[in-house]
Design a protein around this ligand. Structure first.
Ligand SMILES: NC(=O)C1=CN([C@@H]2O[C@H](COP(=O)(O)OP(=O)(O)OC[C@H]3O[C@@H](n4cnc5c(N)ncnc54)[C@H](OP(=O)(O)O)[C@@H]3O)[C@@H](O)[C@H]2O)C=CC1
Ligand SMILES: O=C(O)C1=N[C@H](C(=O)O)C[C@H](O)C1
Length: 249
């Protein structure tokens, strides 16, 4: 069997360029198209790409996915900005293209995937929990997609365990002092030069805290997850959300 033909959308960006590098070292995957913001997606069709890796911006990712689904190209995207409504829209497009797979992965780092799993496991045992995500200052969105997903998973685990709201008697004198609330979980976003992508989940109970922390110091940390997703998505029609189902398949 020949190498899988892969196109990268957003190829000149931070993640796109790292993906291009990683693909050049994978013998079973072949980079056939590098699509930048000035290029037409038809480059993917002309180069007969089987899979598109998409790292662009929340305001363009949906158009890119729709084009790929309509043209029979599988998609692996790490772009942020996915809501339940957006995921439903993608499911709707896929209903008309039953052989196509789309993987939406908020964080490709294996350590980040485990951080979310461990946080979900711990959630039922602690009254308090807060998320602090820390990123480079060029990041266009806040909070991060990873923090959103972590908060949603913790909130669901708390609800399953019958836990009530997080105890918090604070009256904020300044708006934002207690962060944003995602499904009732406080999320704080820090942007600072020198950072890449980092997150702490801090749990609290009487007399103890538990901190689960993950650090991506280099974008190379995302590449094993990106390449794994490319290899798996071709045999996984429909929508896959997160790396967990791809790791476990
Ligand atoms: N899931 C994960 O593990 C990770 C996800 N991310 C997410 O991935 C996304 C990209 O991040 P990052 O690479 O740092 O961002 P960058 O801004 O470095 O890269 C985005 C690239 O997309 C290009 N682009 C914009 N619009 C289009 C378009 N319509 N067609 C093709 N290319 C386009 C931009 O070009 P131009 O500059 O010319 O506009 C730019 O080169 C973000 O949402 C980020 O949060 C980041 C890291 C890990
Ligand atoms: O923009 C980034 O850099 C990152 N974005 C993703 C997110 O928003 O969670 C993944 C990782 O945190 C890096």
């Amino acid at each position: 069997m020949g190498a899988t033909r892969v196109g990268v959308i957003g190829a000149q960006g931070r993640m796109g360029a790292e993906t291009v590098r990683a693909l050049s070292e994978a013998t079973d995957l072949e980079l056939v198209a590098a699509v930048g913001s000035g290029d037409s997606l038809s480059l993917l069709a002309e180069s007969q790409a089987q899979v598109a890796v998409e790292f662009t911006r929340p305001d363009v990712v949906m158009d890119n996915i729709r084009w790929c689904v309509e043209h029979g190209v599988h998609v692996v995207t790490g772009t942020t900005g996915f809501t339940a409504e957006r995921l439903d829209t993608v499911r709707g497009w896929l209903a008309t293209a039953p052989s196509v797979g789309v993987a939406v992965v908020p964080n490709f780092a294996l350590g980040a995937v485990l951080m979310m799993r461990f946080a979900e496991m711990a959630a039922r045992y602690f009254e308090s929990v807060e998320i602090v995500e820390m990123h480079h200052p060029q990041k266009v969105d806040a909070p991060s997609g990873t923090a959103r997903l972590t908060a949603e998973r913790i909130a669901a685990a708390r609800a399953d365990a019958g836990l009530g709201p997080i105890p918090d008697a604070t009256a904020s004198a300044v708006e934002g002092a207690r962060g944003a609330s995602i499904d009732g979980i406080p999320v704080h976003s820090i942007r600072a030069r020198g950072l890449v992508a980092h997150q702490e989940v801090l749990f609290g109970a009487a007399g103890e805290t538990l901190t689960i922390r993950h650090d991506s110091f280099d974008r190379a940390s995302f590449m094993p997850g990106v390449l794994l997703s490319v290899r798996r998505v071709v045999d996984r029609p429909g929508l896959t959300v997160g790396l967990d189902p791809l790791l476990d398949s």
